[in-house]
Design a protein around this ligand. Structure first.
Ligand code: XLS
Ligand code: NI
Ligand code: NI
Length: 441
């Protein structure tokens, strides 16, 4: 059901229908058909698409060379609380028109930070009460909340990793309030993206102390939230650089190592973002697989980078081939554990029509839907699975199976190899795999 506030912000745009791939209606889904079953689940269940409050409603397109370009009609009220309510109205109008079921926020996306911690907390309580009503009226849910512990100047040297305890404590207070808000709104997950948790120069940095402090901090946050009844998953979102030169949560493998070192592996999983993966010189699908192997594939921040740029451009997904490889990983892993697909993406600075926000999200949802359909076809109809199985067949019988069952020692390998002679040369068949994907696109 479409939920409007007092005003309609996206005039002339109704509920986005699914019209199939032959439709020439730009404001219709061509592939995302929420109720369609794919590999045993509806598309809606596979994806749990979410709108990101910050990019969709807050960022007006400013860059280092000029101010914002987007005149959002919900950002005009002089009164802070009214402006926040207007923004929430726009959010729920947009989400329900898209047919999405989820949203994600940072605390101060919802409402501007106050002059003191107490004033900020009061503001967050006020807007949370309003959001509760909007959620109840629409059925829209909170995929995850997080706190912005990186924008305010006090966090210029980091939050949980700050060399000054007073700042660490201030970040703790902010996270407590954001956790309270997330719990009050039945948030299904809580994200930690370590914005400025990293360093610029080792000369002035005690790296060990900073990382140990992050571990203490995350344990405190987890213990507090659990004591308040939070049943959801905590997610760490890896990113290798930007804003800091070295970010502590560089990539999935590094973050998994930290999670285990901090002793929080039963409560934390990963939120994998496409553009962060590519900034780390990995592919998106690699990062998903690393997370899945550790049982920590929690959620996805969907966007894309620019192959010619070295920063987080956060463009909407439109690469079906890349997304298909990702959906193969997802299907084989049995889906996301508790999370969804959050469009952590923004329209370009010169995309200034209100309609562009819809077009961007429609394109992103269609990219994922199309990729999922291709991935399902590849898994069911092609030789793909049997080709992979064949590649590892030597581990399913004889000495190979004994090896996998941990029944051999190094001498056994020695004796086997001696009796076998030079191994056969077996092609990796990469081009054939690539052709199969192309065939089903
Ligand atoms: C920034 C991150 C951020 C997180 C939430 O690069 O992607 O948007 O998702 O703090
Ligand atoms: Ni993100
Ligand atoms: Ni990002």
């Amino acid at each position: 059901m479409i939920i409007l506030g007092d005003k309609e912000y996206f005039k002339g745009i109704g509920a986005i229908p699914y019209e199939g791939k032959d439709s020439d209606n730009p404001l219709a889904y061509k592939f995302y058909n929420a109720d369609q079953l794919v590999a045993g689940k509806t598309m809606r269940e596979h994806f749990k698409f979410a709108m990101a409050y910050w990019h969709t409603l807050c960022g007006t397109g400013g860059d280092p060379f000029g101010p914002g370009t987007k005149n959002f009609p919900w950002a005009v009220a002089g009164d802070t609380l009214q402006a926040a309510k207007d923004k929430a109205d726009a959010a729920f109008e947009f989400i329900t028109k898209m047919g999405f079921e989820y949203y994600c926020f940072h605390d101060y996306d919802l409402i501007d930070e106050g002059d003191t911690l107490a004033a900020s907390e009061k503001r967050i309580h006020q807007i949370v009460e309003y959001l509760k009503e909007k959620q109840a009226a629409s059925g829209v849910k909170l995929l995850w909340g997080t706190s912005n512990c990186f924008s305010h100047p006090r966090y210029m040297n980091g939050a949980a990793s700050n060399p000054n305890f007073d700042v660490v404590a201030r970040a703790g207070a902010q996270v407590k309030i954001a956790l309270d808000a997330t719990i009050a709104l039945d948030g299904e997950n809580y994200v930690f993206w370590g914005g400025r948790e990293g360093y610029m120069s080792l000369l002035n940095t005690n790296m060990k102390m900073e990382q140990d402090n992050i571990g203490r901090f995350l344990n405190m946050a987890k213990d507090y939230a659990r004591s308040q009844g939070f049943k959801g998953t905590f997610l760490i979102e890896p990113k290798p650089m930007e804003p800091m030169k070295h970010q502590y949560d560089f990539d999935a493998a590094t973050s998994i190592n930290s999670i285990k070192a901090y002793g929080i592996e039963n409560d934390f999983k990963l939120n994998i973002e496409v553009n962060h993966a590519t900034l780390a010189q990995h592919t998106f699908q690699h990062e998903l697989q690393v997370a899945a192997n550790a049982g920590m594939l929690g959620s996805i921040d969907a966007n894309r980078g620019d192959y010619q740029n070295g920063w987080d451009t956060d463009q909407f997904p439109n690469n079906v081939l890349e997304t298909t490889e990702a959906m193969l990983v997802l299907l084989k892993a049995g889906g996301l554990q508790g999370g969804g697909i959050n469009f952590d993406a923004k329209t370009r600075r010169n995309s200034t029509d209100m309609e562009d926000i819809f077009l961007a999200h429609i394109g992103g949802a269609d990219t994922f839907a199309r990729a999922l359909l291709v991935a399902e076809a590849v898994m069911n109809m092609s030789a793909y699975n049997s080709l992979v199985d064949k590649r590892y067949a030597s581990f399913t019988s004889g000495k190979g199976a004994d090896f996998v069952a941990n029944k051999l020692d190094l001498n056994d390998l020695y004796n086997y190899a001696k009796s076998k002679g030079e191994p056969d040369q077996i092609s990796g068949k990469q081009e054939l795999f690539e052709n199969i994907l192309n065939q089903y696109l």
